[in-house]
Ligand binder design. Structure first.
Ligand code: PLP
Length: 503
């Protein structure tokens, strides 16, 4: 493909994308292909000779798109959203154009410096502690700053590694020999709650430490008391607590942990305090929600995924640390072939030391585009719209009378189920366990009936053993019309189910 053909085809692709987004809400959100469909449609070997662009696009439209689950559809309410936007997509295209591998500052100074600057912008827009800023309000350089990770899971791994290194260095400073430190490293234990995202456990698997999921309380949150109790027990058994994750907006129910309490324990017990605000953290762009992160001022690291709820295309996970030294202690691996004057001067950031891989994309461009072309006000409107739609849906379900809202509606997430009083239990069924199971069975079926309708896609879960349906209103193209479609599907599916369930 020469530059003239690129110019022509590029315009065609932009048209294809514009057509896709213009019609996005008309696609069935969930792909209906059978498992293994694609191997029946594609050859088993790559072509020897170049093929035509027309054939390629024909296959993209005819063979790939049918196998796509349309996350950008306004009828997609599953999991947490993945918010694409045109400004972000365009910024990402320019990142693809530059295609640098920005592991050191010298690899592309703009790639490093724009990242530092836009993550300071974002930290200020969220109102998180200014200890997370690379450059503080008075112009002084902080010890910390932001770095873009591919995912909240990677963020979890790198901060846990940093915390581990910090703890092991502390033990060395206290006079432990290398042999003793090696033995101590097998007794390290990290904490989250039973609602902490699986990435906490995965991080501990990667770094080779123990992870304990502390039972959440009836509000589904990690409390000071439960954390303290567990630490006391573990210390008695010779374990070494070193890390705790508090979540702002848990995956299941968007609950918010007791940050003030966790912070107090982390300080007293000398734990690294990580805040996972992957989805709900995006809502901090609206000042009215900032009181909810009280207590996180003393956290060591804070993570938000603008790709989940802030109109930045996947992948983009913003991680801030108060002291980048610990990341560098854990992740720096020098070689002669990385050396350059800028790095040797110590005046620049080399982000390879803040992440797992060496290479890194110019991801900051897409956030820069989004922040400049929406402005903070545009981002606030997006968040508020999702929250309002969630609240509207909750109101409609409650008005219907057959549903219960299982956990408080938060940041556009509605967790609901058909309530017991709406079920036909027959005359004899009084056993609470049988009723509980029956209600779970009905709600599992509700999700299946809703999905088989095909107009919407959403996911289910279990909350304290209760089968629930989750609807997330955060997506870029979710609007009043698609929210009404979801309501219609919910009510019609419930009619079908309760009409036919007959106890
Ligand atoms: N943390 C929370 C609270 C989440 O809800 C999720 C995913 O939804 C994650 C972490 C993992 O996100 P990622 O896919 O960026 O690793």
């Amino acid at each position: 493909m020469d530059v003239n053909e690129f110019r022509k085809r590029g315009k065609e692709i932009i048209d294809l994308m514009a057509d896709y987004y213009e019609n996005i809400n008309t696609y069935p959100p969930l792909s209906a292909v059978e498992r293994g469909y694609l191997s029946k449609l594609l050859p088993t070997e790559a072509p020897q000779k170049p093929e035509s662009f027309e054939d390629l696009i024909k296959d993209f439209n005819g063979k790939i798109l049918p196998g796509v689950t349309h996350w950008q559809s306004g009828n997609f309410f599953a999991w947490y959203s993945s918010t694409a936007s045109f400004p972000s997509l365009l910024g990402d295209m320019l990142s693809g154009m530059i295609n640098c591998v920005g592991f050191n500052w010298i690899c592309s100074p703009a790639c490093t410096e724009l990242e530092t600057i836009v993550l300071d912008w974002l930290a200020k827009a969220f109102g998180i502690d200014d200890g997370f800023l690379a450059t503080r309000g008075d112009g002084s350089k902080g010890k910390g700053g932001g770095v873009i990770q591919g995912s909240a899971s990677e963020a979890h791994i790198v901060v846990m590694l940093a915390a581990r290194e910090k703890m092991l260095n502390r033990l060395r400073e206290q006079g432990m020999s290398e042999e003793e430190v090696a033995s101590a490293s097998t007794r390290l234990i990290a904490y989250g709650s039973d609602q902490t995202h699986s990435s906490g456990q995965k991080a501990s698997m990667v770094i080779g430490c123990k992870f304990f999921s502390i039972p959440s309380n009836e509000d589904m949150i990690l409390t000071k008391e439960n954390l303290e109790k567990q630490i006391e027990k573990d210390r008695k058994e010779g374990l070494i607590p070193f890390f705790v994750c508090g979540t702002f907006g848990t995956t299941n129910t968007c609950a918010i942990d007791d940050f003030v309490g966790i912070g107090e324990v982390a300080k007293k017990e000398d734990l690294w305090f990580h805040v996972d605000a992957a989805y709900a953290g995006c809502a901090l762009v609206c000042p009215e929600y900032r009181h909810l992160i009280k207590g996180t001022e003393i956290s060591d690291s804070f993570n938000v995924n603008p790709n989940k709820f802030l109109l930045v295309n996947f992948d983009f996970s913003a991680l801030w640390v108060k002291n980048s030294r610990y990341l560098r202690d854990a992740l720096s691996c020098d070689r002669e072939y990385y050396r350059n004057d800028a790095s040797d001067s110590g005046d620049v950031k080399d982000y390879r030391d803040w992440q797992l891989p060496l290479g890194r994309r110019f991801r900051s461009l897409k956030l820069w585009f989004v922040m400049r072309l929406y402005g903070i006000e545009g981002l606030q409107q997006h968040i508020q719209r999702a929250i309002n739609l969630g609240n509207w849906f909750e109101k409609k379900l409650l008005e219907d009378g057959r549903f219960e809202i299982v956990t408080p509606v938060a940041f556009g997430l509605v967790v609901f189920r058909i309530k017991e009083s709406a079920l036909d239990l027959g005359n004899e069924t009084t056993d609470p366990k049988a009723i509980f199971e029956h209600q779970n069975d009905i709600n599992d079926k509700l999700l299946k009936v809703m999905l088989s309708d095909g107009r919407v896609f959403l996911s289910g879960s279990k909350v304290k053993g209760k089968a629930v349906v989750r609807a997330v209103f955060g997506g870029t193209n979710v609007n009043q019309e698609t929210a009404e479609t979801l309501l219609n599907v919910t009510l019609e599916s419930t009619n079908r189910l309760l009409g036919s369930s007959d106890g």
